[in-house]
Structure formats: structure tokens, C-alpha cells
Design a binder for this molecule. Structure first.
Ligand code: HEC
Length: 146
């Protein structure tokens, strides 16, 4: 009888050991070790407090010839490309009035140096003539229709 109890005890003890080992391997006994803790996100180097180039258009290598021919092309080029290329200008198609307010925008918002009224009129002439509002509707943005 006692021998059977000893065997029982041994079997139960072994079984318990295996169960514990199994849990251990499965990580149940030290869960925290196995729980995936994502690494702290890398903090990007702080940008300089004041970025001197903020809002500055990219540099360009445009020349007068990048503007379509027309009266006052040179004046327009040299007045309008000190800060940005011709692409910004060519991307627009505006009425004379809107070109005129674009110049206000450049003067007020972008601190363009003041220009003489006479030159301003000539530049607006050139812009309104060379970059009029585009035809609305289907196909107006289609480069193959130009
Ligand atoms: C003193 C600098 C300066 C001058 C000179 C200047 N601009 Fe600009 N212009 C800017 C800046 C800055 C922007 C904004 C660029 C950006 O958003 O990347 C801009 C943007 C523009 C845009 C795009 C506006 C939009 O809403 O997308 C047009 C069109 C434009 N300029 C036309 C002109 C014309 C025409 C002249 C000449 C009469 C001129 N600029 C002269 C600084 C200038």
C-alpha cells in the first residue's frame, strides 16, 4: 500500500514538474519577459528653431527664354523671378485684374520690393496677355489639346 502511495506521489510530482516546465517554456511563468514591449520611438533630431528657408520657393535656373515671347517679357522676368522660377507664374491663367492682385500678394505677403506704377502696368499687361484664364471644362487640362 505504502509503495503504491510512493509511486503515486512520484508520478504526480513528475507530472507537476512537466506541467510547470511546459508553462515555463510557454512563458506563462514570467509573462512580462515575453510580452512584446515596442521600443520607444526614436525621437527625430529637433529641427532648428527657426528654419531660414521656411516657405522659400526652391532655387531655379530659369532664363528670360523660359517665358513666352511678348512685350515686356524682360521686365517681367527680372521683376518676378528674383524669388521663384517662372513655373509658378506659368501655372496660372488669370484675368488682368487677378494678375494685378497677384502683384499685390507678392508685395504684401512675400515682401517683394515696391515697383513703379508704370512698370507694374507693363508687367500686368504682359502677364494678362501671356497667361490668360484657361478655357473651362473638359480637356482644358489636357496637354495634348494645346
Ligand atoms: C520677393 C520675392 C518675390 C517676388 C519678387 C515675386 N514673388 Fe511671386 N511668390 C513669392 C513667394 C515666396 C511665393 C510662394 C511660393 C510658394 O508657395 O512656394 C510666390 C508665389 C507666386 C505665385 C503662385 C501663387 C499661388 O497662389 O500659387 C505666382 C503666380 C507668383 N508668385 C507670381 C509672381 C509675379 C507675377 C511676380 C512679379 C510681379 C512675382 N511673383 C514676384 C515671392 C515673390
Amino acid at each position: 500500500m505504502t509503495r503504491i502511495n510512493v509511486i503515486h506521489a512520484a508520478v504526480i510530482g513528475l507530472a507537476a514538474t512537466f506541467v510547470l516546465l511546459a508553462f515555463d517554456r510557454a512563458g506563462e511563468l514570467h509573462r512580462d519577459k515575453y510580452v512584446h514591449v515596442p521600443p520607444a520611438p526614436k525621437v527625430a533630431a529637433a529641427p532648428p528653431a527657426v528654419d531660414p528657408d521656411k516657405g522659400k520657393p526652391p532655387p531655379h535656373n530659369d532664363t528670360v527664354e523660359d517665358l513666352p515671347e511678348g512685350k515686356n517679357r524682360e521686365l517681367t522676368f527680372y521683376t518676378c523671378t528674383a524669388c521663384h522660377g517662372v513655373a509658378l507664374i506659368k501655372a496660372q491663367g488669370l484675368t488682368r485684374d487677378l494678375w494685378d492682385s497677384t502683384i499685390d500678394l507678392m508685395l504684401e505677403k512675400h515682401r517683394m520690393p515696391p515697383i513703379k506704377a508704370e512698370e507694374r502696368a507693363e508687367i500686368v499687361d504682359y502677364l494678362a496677355e501671356s497667361f490668360p484664364p484657361r478655357r473651362k471644362g473638359r480637356g482644358s487640362d489636357n496637354p495634348f489639346l494645346k
